[in-house]
Design a protein around this ligand. Sequence first.
Ligand code: SAH
Ligand code: SF4
Ligand code: F3S
Length: 471
Amino acid sequence: MATIQHISTEELVRQRAFGKQVAAYYETRGITRPLAFVRTFGCQQNVSDSEHIKGMLEEMGFGFTEEASEADLILFNTCAVREHAEDRVFGNVGAMKTYKRRRPHLLIAVCGCMVQQPHIAKRLREHYPFVGLVFGTHVVHRLPELMLNALSSRKSVHETPDCDGVLAEGIPTHRDGTFKAWLPIMYGCNNFCTYCIVPYVRGRERSRDPEVILQEARDLVARGYKEITLLGQNVNSYGKGEAHGVDFPELLRRINAIEGDFLIRFMTSHPKDASPRLFDTIAACEKVSRHFHLPFQSGSNRILKEMNRGYTREQYLDLIAYARRVIPDIAFTSDVIVGFPGETREDFEQTISLIREVEFVSLFTFIYSPRKGTPAAVMSDPISAEEKRAWFAEMNRVQEEIAADRLARMVGTTRRALLESAEDGFLEARLPENVVVRVEGDPAWIGKHAQVTVTSAKSWIAEGRIDSIEE
Ligand code: SAH
Ligand code: SF4
Ligand code: F3S
């Protein structure tokens, strides 16, 4: 049984006191409003953690900047899921050395999943001495204390304890969005897919209390948020082993019952835990998005077993078929890995055939990247990198065809969409199935819902027009 540490209110009070000392540190140096440059890599879980980090920084008197050159604090919240993600971080951190030379009081901090790995922490310690603070995923709530230590010490501060996990409630949040919000419902992962580093760097599964989640959701709705995305590595495990007895479908039902005009999204679901009851619940909950992200990773039963995914291709397809029966307009997206150790051309073709069978709206495709300490990293891997890249390109071509066909079929249809952002003089409207359509419109409409008709589709770019705006 995992031991999850609940962070007490007293501890957060203690951290606030450290925060005041941090503010005083800057004030005595004539800096009344220090600036932080925060860069986040990785998944929405990290984005949400960064919102907590920014909340704490704000409480310590910080403002935020997009210019690293003028920052008093540069912070990288990192991802360890693939080697490419790690390389980008090292590149970015390395480039900050010149700023440190120019502004000696500058504090450079690296946190997140990557630094939970001992070999990465060691590399930072030995080769990046200008990084003054390194802290892991289980001590985010201690940021004020760790910053104070780093600011008042000549040596780098490293704090990356390994543990089953912590649950901290009551940390301030600085939300990046004004109409879309991230709402974590659980942390960590117990699945140990053989390729994946997440369970090692994020600890065991732990769920937040349903009442706390509901209160946060009500607050968001009251503040005018139009879209709430529930976050967890495997949201379907929500509430497992907890005395309150609220599982994920029940949580969805309760959030759906909150009055107001908002959309509920969630990610990520694991096929082994996504039950017919979950789809029945979604069918009955009008605020839950009809877009479902359900990573399948591979279409080959042999590879799925090697990956320790806990379902077969047939079970996955049955689940999709059931969902489509009870929610005819449901749209699926997925994650898939090419080149898992020992994958053959036949296995790969099974993946292609699954992609063709399901017809995903879009796919996140990855080439397998060995992660130190995971079982797959020591499995024999005879396929060359070149061949993997060729399969990867082939798979992406197949998906592009499917996505283009799906888009072409959408031309002429009208749907309710959220106007999300402005790009190159156009607005981007997100349809219920998570497809983005370019429309003409006034940037002042961003954050509103509109009726959008799709007018044309070229490969994966759709264009449309706004028929009416909801006030
Ligand atoms: N918890 C989520 C996603 C976690 S990471 C889930 O289980 O679906 C996001 C995606 O990164 C995974 O779905 C997987 O497709 C990919 N991924 C994870 N580890 C990887 C690795 N070692 N190499 C390549 N892709 C990987
Ligand atoms: Fe990684 Fe698997 Fe957990 Fe997802 S379910 S985070 S892929 S171990
Ligand atoms: Fe990356 Fe950590 Fe998320 S490893 S994918 S940022 S949980």
